[in-house]
Ligand binder design. Structure first.
Ligand SMILES: Cc1cc2nc3c(=O)[nH]c(=O)nc-3n(C[C@H](O)[C@H](O)[C@H](O)COP(=O)(O)OP(=O)(O)OC[C@H]3O[C@@H](n4cnc5c(N)ncnc54)[C@H](O)[C@@H]3O)c2cc1C
Ligand code: FES
Ligand code: FES
Length: 510
């Protein structure tokens, strides 16, 4: 089993639970670091060559979460492979010249996340010419102070969210942002840029054992389902953003692992007049790109889901498969009345998501079944909103999540679907609230009155993220906030407090 690391073919051997990070460090590539071992800090970020519509996309991932065998047949770049002390990569040069590195522990991880954004094929300068390079920006005539808070996208089209999974305790981030916004575009002759024009490596079929554990990556869904039928105790793994934490921090080990994240049957999106079908092994980043402008509720959720590093690996199937009551996709999918396709070697069935969760991390899925797809019926409700209440604005797990999908006809709520997370042992539909809204005028008075019903939904509890009282209180404010955000006057900004932005995407405070 081999992987191409910084252009050199390297043998992957040893314990199948070894993380990609430990494997890379064992090669002497000690630029990638272990900070947290649970996907939170980005010190371990590396680049992998992933398939893209147009060829290959250099994708930054957390090496601490992925098992080393997942790199078999893949191409990997670490900070050492981008440049050298005598020939710095443009990303490394900007970071060095602008003081983006102090103790340096986080720096190789930042470099890899930044390089992924540097090479993003659709990155365009704000005032781009045909070649995507920057042309003269218009004079704003404003002083720096008058221009207000910084935006999250540079004039060079660099999206700062590319760095949302990287933490630095030394620099205060400003120099790092300066380095990111100072970057140009790859020059001709840049071999890493040129690599994007050809196909990414195909996932290699693997069946390896280290004597105590076995790791399999089959080529087809049929083979995967057969493995589950023969050995239902097998641990299914997709992006490993949950499983990797269980291994790295929780010390869990499985005797048998089945990697399903690259199965072609689970990586399709099908659109018809009746529904959208999302393959379970599509990552959140892939879904974001593939559904732009077509699934507004999902588009609102995805930027709030973890960090870019996590979203590059985390799959939609994994977010449901993990069975967590605080996963972000289930409330959204409940509001959209989604159903799941569950397949086994013998049959296939479709289950409404609202009937899928049966208790804390318990579901109707049998051990021999996989979630193969998520089906969302069409047409979509016109009025949608996702509220995620968490301690941090980005890269944090929800304390409470509420997703709304409303149809309003002649000013009256014709249909209401509301998905909740974080307020019970499972994600759930707020059915009482839905009933209370339907048939009522869509007004501030209705939102205020029905809030009392929403507060009483679920059975919230105290834990380290939030108290039960806080969770209920957040439900209590959500419906009125939803009304304010979607009301015509609110939408053009007049009824909103200064600085409030309904989508919360573009403006950042220092
Ligand atoms: C730093 C960090 C931040 C995070 N932030 C968020 C967040 O903001 N919001 C959020 O919702 N989650 C968050 N998560 C959790 C995690 O990223 C998601 O749950 C993710 O969607 C899991 O997908 P995966 O492909 O990585 O799953 P894996 O880790 O590979 O698998 C998770 C579980 O799902 C099962 N599974 C996977 N795919 C299938 C399938 N097709 N059929 C049946 N079972 C399957 C696996 O057997 C396993 O039990 C975060 C995690 C980390 C480490
Ligand atoms: S070591 Fe912190 S994200 Fe991997
Ligand atoms: S430079 Fe020290 S942690 Fe970032």
């Amino acid at each position: 089993m081999k992987s191409t690391v910084n252009g050199t073919s390297c043998e992957i051997d040893g314990d199948v639970h070894t993380s990609a990070l430990d494997f890379l460090r064992s090669l002497g590539l000690t630029g990638c670091k272990e900070g947290c071992a649970e996907g939170e800090c980005g010190a371990c970020a590396v680049l992998v060559a992933r398939p893209d519509e147009e060829g290959t996309r250099w994708t930054a991932i957390n090496a601490c979460l992925v098992p080393a065998p997942a790199l078999a047949g893949q191409e990997v770049l670490t900070a050492e492979g981008l440049g050298s002390p005598t020939d710095l990569h443009p990303v490394q040069r900007e970071m060095a010249e602008r003081g983006g590195s102090q103790c340096g522990y986080c720096t190789p991880g930042f470099i890899c996340s930044m390089a992924a954004e540097y090479y993003r094929p659709d990155r365009r300068a704000a005032h781009a010419g045909d070649d995507g390079h920057e042309s003269e920006p218009p004079e704003s005539g404003l002083t720096h102070a008058e221009q207000g808070p910084p935006v999250e996208e540079g004039e060079n089209g660099f999206d700062l969210h590319a760095l949302s999974g990287n933490l630095c305790r030394c620099t205060g981030y400003r120099p790092i942002r300066d380095a990111a916004f100072a970057l140009g575009f790859p020059e001709s002759g840049d071999t890493i840029a040129e690599r994007r024009d050809s196909q990414a490596p195909r996932p290699e079929a693997i069946d390896v054992s280290d004597g105590t554990a076995r790791y399999r990556r089959p080529e087809s869904l049929a083979e995967a389902l057969q493995v589950l039928q023969d050995a239902p105790e097998t641990q299914v793994v997709a992006g490993c953003t949950d499983w990797g934490v269980e291994v790295g921090v929780g010390g869990k080990r499985a005797t048998s692992m089945l990697a399903i994240d690259r199965l072609p049957e689970l990586r399709r999106i099908d659109w018809s007049d009746e529904r959208i079908e999302l393959g379970a092994a599509l990552t959140l980043s892939e879904l974001e790109r593939a559904t732009t402008g077509r699934l507004p509720l999902l588009a609102e959720l995805i930027p709030q889901f973890a960090s870019r590093l996590i979203r590059n690996s985390a799959t939609i199937g994994g977010n449901i498969g993990t069975g967590s009551p605080i996963g972000d996709a289930p409330p959204v999918l409940l509001a959209l009345e989604a159903s799941l396709v569950l397949a086994s070697a013998d049959d296939e069935r479709e289950i409404p998501l609202a009937e899928y969760f049966t208790g804390y991390r318990q579901t109707v899925r049998r051990d021999d079944e996989l979630i193969t797809a998520v089906r969302i019926p069409l047409p979509l409700a016109p009025l949608t909103r996702f509220h995620k209440v968490a301690k941090r604005r980005f890269d944090d797990i929800s304390s409470v999540a509420v997703a709304y999908a409303l149809s309003v006809e002649d000013g009256v709520v014709a249909r209401a679907r509301i998905g909740l997370g974080g307020v019970a042992a499972t994600p759930l539909r707020a059915r009482e609230t839905e009933r209370a809204l339907e048939g009522q005028p869509w007004s501030a008075e209705t939102a205020r009155a029905v809030s009392a019903t929403l507060v009483a939904e679920g059975t919230p509890m105290d834990d380290h993220r939030a108290s039960a009282r806080y969770r209920s209180a957040m439900l209590g404010t959500s419906l009125e906030r939803f009304f304010a955000e979607t009301d015509e006057t609110a939408r053009d900004g007049r009824a909103l407090p200064p600085g409030f932005r309904p989508t919360g995407r573009k403006a950042v405070s220092r």
